[in-house]
Design a protein around this ligand. Sequence first.
Ligand SMILES: Nc1ncnc2c1ncn2[C@@H]1O[C@H](COP(=O)(O)OP(=O)(O)O)[C@@H](O)[C@H]1O
Ligand SMILES: [Mg+2]
Length: 228
Amino acid sequence: MTDTKITTFWSAAGGVGKTTLAVVQAQELARQGEKVALLDFSETRPEICRHLGLPFLSPEEILPAIEEKPMVTGKIFARKGNLHVFTGVPLEQFEMFQEKHFAAIIQGAREKFKNSIIDTNAGIFFSATAAALKASDNINVVLRPDMPCLEDTAAMINFLSERWGINRNRFKFYLNRILPGKGELDRETAEKILGREVLVVSQKRTKPENRLLKFFRKGGLIHAHKSL
Ligand SMILES: Nc1ncnc2c1ncn2[C@@H]1O[C@H](COP(=O)(O)OP(=O)(O)O)[C@@H](O)[C@H]1O
Ligand SMILES: [Mg+2]
């Protein structure tokens, strides 16, 4: 398939809203009628499938399916309507998977879906995160509004650009200022530290309509997909 796009949600610090925003964006694209791949690449507790009410696909069975040519995507993605979800690999089984396996899953998604959204871990060196960062057309960097998060982000992006050759223009920045009880920095400060435009994740005061969003945000619907 030509003109396909891989978008990764990534951050330097944990607990900033990556999973929340990745799911919101994938659901929004699916709602618009597109077939979308949503890849859960968080290594400790893959949780997207549980929230979407999907079965967890066994990593042992996925591994041979990845190596078949052509790849058997039906065995790798669990399906819910237009969403096709790679349900992830928990920590206990993570060592079976190398960066090349995650890269192959991304390539399989790229060949089949116009849009693929990847939810990653914080940091750089997990094989799944590394594969996602190297393969992505867009890297949506989620920021917590505090100084350590912004400084770590700037340092890691320098590394990714200088050592792995990842073009800085692929990074887009989202300041999640509505995380409960986390930091107060404003957009201007974030832009000064990163030297780039930063968008703020805002909140819509309507009731969440679906279970997943209810789970993620009790009280107000996260309303970021328009700018993502
Ligand atoms: N914009 C937001 N408004 C309110 N709560 C949020 C928002 N973004 C994330 N959260 C909450 O913060 C916590 C961490 O979010 P999560 O998406 O799991 O972060 P990450 O994937 O980066 O670890 C979750 O409990 C989530 O519901
Ligand atoms: Mg997460």
